[in-house]
Ligand binder design. Structure first.
Ligand code: CAA
Length: 252
């Protein structure tokens, strides 16, 4: 199995499991990861997903051995990497928990997630230029939106490695966390997210992502429609009643 899924109450941990290849993303891993996530996304019980690797590598990128054999015709006809677009349809919040290397497709996978926590020893980079290619799972686009053109250009054109501290400073990641009990700390954060209304979480994710796609005016209209629609939900009634009654809400 290339990905190990573990469900803990309302959260799921997806652990990339190709340690000998530093969790390089081959087609099998991609399909296992995305099909597993789609299943959990449908479950009303699951409110947050964590994607992680191991201490040495979150993921060292797309599988160079798999790609090296291919020519343009194969890449084009297979629409190689096209399947990753389905990842963006997952509505449940996803946290990337990055230990060790997050290079190339590994950095791009982290950027497809909603929140990125990195341990002190994490390293990020888009080294594709060293292989005679460019990022192919959205790196040029997402990195630029996260850190701005100037920083993205430097990272992509030089293939340099960024440590966790710098990654946080430039806005590539959410936060650096101590490496001791790294996973435990993230599980705690995931449980907090998962304790909220799943419908509200999905709406919040959708509306926030919309900010990257539309003008401010259109984005605000989109947000307001989702905001209004949440007044159809039992969890809105519960959340607001609980506040007024000075008790903890019990979201279903
Ligand atoms: N694809 C396939 N195999 C990989 C891999 C990758 N991206 N990264 C590492 N591996 C394999 C190595 O080939 C090696 O396998 P063998 O033992 O069979 O030789 C094993 O993982 C361990 O790797 P190293 O011996 O190289 O480990 P290291 O600790 O010395 O170095 C590293 C670690 C610096 C991450 C180095 O492995 C490396 O530079 N990897 C490639 C990183 C890279 O270029 N990523 C971008 C890939 S292209 C891409 O991702 C395109 C895109 O946009 C999606």
């Amino acid at each position: 199995m290339n990905v190990l899924f573990e469900k803990i109450d309302r959260i799921v941990i997806a652990k990339l499991n190709r340690p000998k290849a530093l969790n390089a993303l081959n087609s099998e891993l991609m399909h296992e990861l995305i099909s597993g996530l789609l299943e959990y996304d449908k479950s009303p019980e699951i409110g947050c997903i964590i994607i992680t690797g191991n201490k040495k590598a979150f993921c060292a990128g797309a599988d160079i051995k798999e790609m090296a054999e291919k020519d343009f015709t194969a890449m084009f006809n297979e629409d190689y990497f096209g399947y990753w677009e389905i990842f963006s349809r997952i509505k449940t919040p996803i946290i990337a928990a990055v230990n060790g290397y997050a290079f190339g497709g590994g950095c791009e996978l982290a950027m497809m997630c909603d929140i990125i926590y990195a341990s002190e020893n994490a390293q990020f980079g888009q080294p594709e230029i060293k292989l005679g290619v460019i990022p192919g799972i959205g790196g040029t686009q997402r990195l630029t939106k996260l850190v701005g053109k100037s920083k993205a250009m430097e990272i992509i054109l030089t293939g340099k490695t960024i440590n966790a501290e710098e990654a946080e400073k430039i806005g590539l990641i959410t936060q650096v966390l101590p490496k001791e009990n790294f996973t435990k700390q993230i599980i705690k954060k995931a449980h907090l997210i998962a304790s909220y209304s799943k419908t509200a979480l999905k709406a919040a994710k959708e509306a926030t992502n919309q900010a990257l796609e539309s003008s401010l005016k259109d984005g605000i209209v989109f947000e307001r429609k989702l905001f209004h629609s949440l007044f159809h939900t039992q969890n809105q009634t519960e959340g607001m009643s609980a506040f007024l009654e000075k008790r903890t809400p019990n979201f279903n």
